[in-house]
Design a protein around this ligand. Structure first.
Ligand code: 5GP
Length: 129
């Protein structure tokens, strides 16, 4: 059965889509550590990042770098952090998180954004891609 991120990629569940290419899909995390927190997901539904083929792994990293550079331009922050966790959703994804403090990297201090704020964030990042 398709997982939640595969349903998002297919458009069966809505998301604030940032960018996609033939192998990956980027969208805003619905429960962000900070505004601009973005997930870069492989279209192939693989559980663990180091089980990706070398080509797919390298592609995901290149894709994530492109999105991270846009986030860095669009969202005021000290730097963009990158995490791969997957304990909640077993479908390979890279978290890109605008960081101003170590707290922003801890997944303990969540921000709630309105739909308008999510949409405005997407537009700002897309304008920098
Ligand atoms: P992880 O699997 O890396 O521990 O975390 C999964 C991440 O996916 C979490 O940060 C969570 O907020 C996010 N997430 C889970 N379900 C959805 C969803 O339906 N839509 C979006 N946009 N993000 C989700």
């Amino acid at each position: 059965m398709a997982g939640i991120f595969s349903k998002i990629i297919k458009g069966e569940i809505t998301s604030y889509k940032v960018y996609e290419d033939e192998k990956c899909y980027a969208f805003l995390d619905i429960n962000p550590n900070a505004a601009g927190h973005t997930l870069c997901v492989t279209k192939k539904e693989v559980d663990k990042v180091f089980d990706l083929s070398e080509d797919d792994y390298n592609h995901l990293m290149q894709f994530s770098r492109k999105v991270a550079l846009a986030i860095r331009k669009a969202i005021p922050c000290k730097r963009v952090g990158m995490s791969v966790i997957g304990l909640e959703v077993p479908h390979v994804h890279v978290h890109l998180i605008p960081l101003n403090s170590m707290e922003d990297a801890t997944f303990q201090n969540k921000q709630s954004l309105t739909p308008e704020e999510f949409q405005a964030t997407v537009v700002k990042i897309q304008d920098c891609l």
